[in-house]
Design a binder for this molecule. Structure first.
Ligand code: ZN
Length: 405
């Protein structure tokens, strides 16, 4: 009997393989603007490699932050399960101080063999490919310096079901542009040493629940930024317990991983808003970059839930009037700031919120850390006792219109 259970367990383990467990999210807006998101898997070896890289970048950045006026650090990620054993993770770091630094780091970890893969492990004949890669690079990046090109190494790559993507740091290629240089090579043009495909889930559509709200009575909108995260589920439990709802302004690059939580938000009467794709400071972006941040997030949410957000919350609360003309989404800030991420203490969070709430308030909280969990329970309980009805931001805007007419 025991052996049977063991065999079944090992089969499950083999089938499950290495998986993404959560996304760690560090967002700070103090002396500097920091937004870091990276995946945590069930492989400690991979996790250690990723977190020690992130810590190193973070510590180096923090050591220098006092030298500059509002510097910014942004680390975003991609995560792909190549097959049940191999995971591809890329980390893209952007640093803005008195100069712009843009660098890439990739991890291709084979859990079965406990090994970080190199290009030699993946491509059968790298030397033969070398010429084609350099030719394609020169076509795509015409300002690339040919001398530098001869020294290019293939240290950074990821793989999904369609492409092998190669990344090069700008210094390596000596281009004028300070952006990460990449090349997608279709898998069918390569002779690969590693294979096996993964299929994706179907889309589902869930509509927002209709609620009975008396718009003559006090209303308040609770909003959560910077998620989803492993704490979001707990916050949804609390909302459910009090029959309340909230608006979650989600960061696009976490949407796919937390799709269950997103579906639950909609199913239980909450709303999803757009909080950009990689949480960069928007005023630094071109029109095209800004629209890409918005559109990638819209697409990801639509794909996972069927829902298309109408609201946008600017990262770090900063935007210009011009930025607003680049999208149809409605910009939404807040009237009550919990500063939950900063004060890290339930009592202080409550003190920041409760005395300042009035009819029609929009409360800012963040569902990417544990402090928001307990505090949101207390906040909802107290405000319900005071007679507040919880509504989403869209509902709040609708109520304001109704009251005015
Ligand atoms: Zn934010």
């Amino acid at each position: 009997m025991k052996t049977k259970v063991l065999i079944i367990l090992s089969i499950i383990f083999i089938l499950t393989g290495c998986e993404q467990k959560e996304v760690v999210s560090i967002i700070e807006n103090d002396k500097s603007m920091v937004s870091i998101n990276y995946p945590v898997t069930d492989s400690n070896v991979l996790n250690d490699a990723i977190s020690s890289y992130v810590n190193k970048v973070y510590n180096e950045f923090k050591a220098e932050e006092n030298k500059y006026e509002k510097p910014e650090l942004n680390i975003s990620y991609t995560y792909k399960e190549v097959n049940e054993n191999v995971i591809s993770v890329s980390l893209n770091t952007e640093i803005y101080t008195d100069k712009t630094v843009n660098k890439i780091k990739t991890f291709n970890y084979d859990q079965k063999n406990d090994k970080f893969l190199t290009m030699e492990d993946i491509v059968r004949d790298l030397e033969a490919l070398d010429y084609d890669i350099k030719k394609a690079l020169l076509e795509k990046y015409q300002e690339a310096d040919m001398d530098f090109l001869s020294n290019v190494t293939y240290d950074y790559f990821t793989r999904d079901n369609e492409n092998l993507s190669l990344y090069f740091n700008p210094v390596e290629l000596y281009t004028k542009k300070n952006e990460t240089i990449y090349l997608d090579i279709p898998l069918n043009s390569l002779r690969l040493l590693i294979d096996i495909d993964k299929e994706t889930d179907d889309n589902t559509y869930i509509s927002i629940k209709k609620k009975n709200i008396d718009y003559d009575k006090k209303v308040v909108a609770l909003t959560f930024d910077d998620g989803p995260s492993k704490y979001t589920e707990k916050i949804l439990d609390i909302l459910k317990k009090y029959d309340a709802c909230a608006t979650f302004f989600v960061v696009g690059n976490k949407v796919e991983f937390y799709s269950d939580q997103l579906k639950r938000m909609l199913k239980e009467g909450s709303e999803i808003g757009n909080h950009s794709y990689s949480h960069k400071w928007l005023n630094r972006l071109t029109k095209e970059e800004f629209q890409e941040e918005i559109n990638k997030t819209q697409k990801a949410i639509k794909k996972e839930t069927g829902f298309t957000p109408k609201l946008f919350r600017p990262t770090y609360g900063g935007y210009s009037d011009k930025l607003k003309t680049y999208t149809d989404l409605t910009f939404v800030l807040w009237t009550v700031d919990s500063s939950d991420w900063k004060v890290k203490n339930t009592e202080k969070i409550l003190n920041n919120i409760l005395p300042n709430v009035q009819d029609g308030s929009i409360i800012l909280m963040h569902d990417n850390h544990s402090y928001a969990v307990k505090a949101s329970d207390d906040v909802i309980k107290k405000l319900k006792e005071e007679g507040y009805q919880f509504v989403t931001v869209s509902e709040l805007l609708e109520i304001k219109n109704l009251r005015e007419s």
